[in-house]
Design a protein around this ligand. Structure first.
Ligand SMILES: [Zn+2]
Length: 60
């Protein structure tokens, strides 16, 4: 799933076990999908986006 994220949010998501891949190389002014702020960021391809919180959701 494509998400517009600022760098700190992308890093935070990755730290939470998501796969976050930059989908563009250029920084631009975006509205971050995670923190909702207008910041500099880029589109990311995010996999494993939580639709619902699960306990101990282990990747295979
Ligand atoms: Zn953010």
């Amino acid at each position: 799933m494509k998400k517009l994220l600022c760098k700190p949010c992308a890093v935070a998501l990755e730290a939470r076990g998501k796969t976050v891949k930059p989908a563009a190389g250029r920084c631009e002014k975006i509205t971050c999908a995670e923190c909702g702020r207008r910041r500099f960021g880029i589109p990311y391809d995010v996999n494993g986006w939580p639709t619902r919180r699960k306990k101990e959701d282990k990747p295979k």
